[in-house]
Design a protein around this ligand. Sequence first.
Ligand code: UDP
Length: 389
Amino acid sequence: MKRFLFLMTDTGGGHRAAAEALTAALEQMTPPGTIACRIVDFMKETTRAPFARAGDLYGPVVNYAPWLWGLSFYATYPRPLRRLGTWYIERVHGGGLARILREERPDVVVSVHGLATTAVARVLRRVAPQTPFVVVVTDLSIAHPFWFCPDATAYYVPSRDVAERAQRHGVPAERITIAGQPIHPRFREPQGNQAALKRAFGLPPERPLVLIMGGGEGTGPIRAQAETIAQSGLPLSMMVICGRNKRLYQRLSTRKWAIPTIVCGFVRDIPARMAAADVLVTKAGPGTIAEALTAGRPLLIGKYIPGQEAGNVSWVVDGGAAFYTPNPHDVVVALQRLFDAQGRPTPHYAEMAANARRMAQPDAALTIARGLLNLAGKMSPPRPSVVAV
Ligand code: UDP
């Protein structure tokens, strides 16, 4: 039995989604009962309140004061502040983490969170120095320097941009693999006929379906986007996913819409919903972007969280799979370019959908899982299809 310990915290939905994707990929690649995976919220499970609750501030801050998040993101670039941050994490969470490591005795420790890096490597060096420590970066382009810890055994990154950043921050090139953003293997599976999926969600199959979402926390101008699209006169239907944003869900689910619309809270069947949709309106969350690309759906990016998500916008817009639409009216203009007055997709739509498929890296989780199994001694070294920088 090989044990894998994943460290994350719920700042947004992306880190947990990445850990779950890797767990699912590991389970898919191994006979039942031969591996055990545990996902640990390294902030909540290693200490008590109030420190354990620090991650809970993320949702309200990025929703109501994104500038504050952006400020703290860039203000913590300088090395002395990063050292202070590492000291804090080790001091507050190190004891609890050491206890979990002693109990769990993992064969590989994997971090999918930018704060669970240098401090974790230090604790691991004390408690279990032989255990490989792998970091899977979940930002597509602008990854905070905090992510990079030259002591880690291996780094998996989603793009060349991030690989270059890692090297600039001292990670040896031979330890870096550009694998893509790990998304759940379910996104690789066929979801069925699109018209049938729309019908199953109670929406008319003949209308293009606009899926509006804002990551796990339901972040961004979702309400204004939905209202503007509904009033645009375009023959569309809408699905609005509010995630954990209960206030938004309460507001949107109780109102009447001018076009066929369904509103939901946090849902677990995003692959089917993306397959039913024709286009996504979203904030620039890396998980959502990678999933939409795999589904072959064009994206309209209405917002990004300052800091780590800024680079995601240019990455996907430059690739030709997205428009940046900061104003809800920009969303309507973009939809007019993608669908004609009868709701039929235009050549522009076909081009963007093809670009999305070209940019997709649906096998990222399987590639990383193969590397983790290799480190745990359960597989021969990975095939050289993996790109080393
Ligand atoms: N997600 C989900 N259900 C929801 C809303 C979001 O499973 O109702 C998932 C979504 O598919 C993606 C993740 O949450 O995998 C959001 O990650 P992303 O990186 O896009 O944004 P974050 O929430 O981390 O800011």
